[in-house]
Design a protein around this ligand. Structure first.
Ligand code: GLU
Length: 307
């Protein structure tokens, strides 16, 4: 019989992972393993323009090197988002059938932002765009122009509460606080919010552990999963690592795990991460497995962690 607890790794191969990504992976692994659960590894290579084979190879190697194993998933077929378009199509059709989706003709820059997870400072397509309120005549004219449209989800005007396992109650009214958001780009690529919700639902994920920059996405994902007939997972967000200029970014290229793999040992890096996040009292080298019995969300810091 399979275990009822299923966590996941869901990295995006849009750069080399940095220490902050690794901390989230370590905590996702410790959370699932300390509960006697399984882990699914999903490759979030949704955006073909940003996903690179070299980053896919590097992040698989990073996880193996660190000693974070998984029970199911990548590189087995069907666990990369680029292979799951037909599954997203089906959910998209269902949302369309229920009149929860409408075409949006807004600018390309806004559409591009929608395919990746919305990290702070990256604006999502403005919920206030006019596309939801076009007259039949305007809509026909836009359709006839031959310009391709993106597709937006009508946000629910209702209060959604997520009980985050680490940050407590998150209350959001998506219509008011976020606005309608793109679930499919004009180039046909499905957007982050749809793909992640469908995947967590279809893959039977029961625990989502990831950086707290995605905290505000949890209510929308919960709503989408429930709207598609599923039960939302438990969410537990993790603090972010920051340097002098804010949250670590793959684009900075610094503090990448590639660098650490060449210059330190997996145990030394795990010890440093465990100390930084509050799990261990010293930064002494340790393996992820040795941390399982020490793990508790109560020990993990809530504030962002400066390096
Ligand atoms: N793939 C996303 C990222 O690497 C994380 C998505 C998620 O955990 O929901 O930022």
């Amino acid at each position: 019989m399979s275990s009822p607890v299923r966590g996941r790794f869901a990295p995006s191969p849009s750069g080399y992972m940095h220490l902050g990504n690794l901390l989230s992976m370590l905590l996702a692994w410790l959370d699932a393993r300390s509960l006697g659960g399984e882990l699914v590894f999903r490759m979030e290579d949704l955006d073909p323009a940003r996903s690179k084979a070299v980053y896919i190879d590097a992040l698989v190697e990073d996880l193996r090197w660190l000693g974070l194993d998984w029970d199911e998933g990548f590189p087995a077929p069907g666990y990369a988002q680029s292979q799951r378009t037909a599954i997203y199509e089906e959910a998209f059709r269902e949302l369309k059938r229920r009149d929860l989706v409408y075409p949006c003709w807004c600018s390309r820059a806004e559409r591009l932002a929608a395919a990746s997870a919305p990290h702070p400072g990256e604006r999502e397509c403005d919920g206030g765009c006019r596309c939801a309120h076009l007259s039949a005549k305007e809509r026909l004219a836009l359709e006839a122009s031959g310009r391709r449209c993106a597709w937006k989800l009508r946000c629910p005007d209702q209060t959604i509460t997520v009980h985050d396992g680490h940050y407590g109650e998150i209350v959001q009214n998506p219509a008011r606080d976020v606005g309608d958001f793109i679930i499919r780009r004009a180039d046909g690529v499905f957007a982050y919010q749809l793909a992640v919700s469908v995947d967590d639902l279809m893959m039977g994920v029961t625990r989502v552990v990831r950086g707290r920059d995605l905290l505000s996405s949890a209510p929308r994902q919960k709503w989408l999963i429930e709207t598609l007939g599923g039960t939302a997972p438990d969410y537990c967000h993790a603090p972010l690592l920051t340097n002098g200029s804010g949250k670590l970014s793959k684009r900075l290229g610094s503090l990448s795990t590639e660098f650490f793999r060449r210059n330190t040992t997996a145990e030394a890096l795990t010890g440093r991460l465990a100390f930084l996040c509050g799990l261990a009292e010293t930064a002494a080298p340790v393996s992820p497995r040795e941390l399982i019995s020490l793990f508790s969300w109560e020990k993990i810091k809530r504030d962002d962690i400066a390096l």
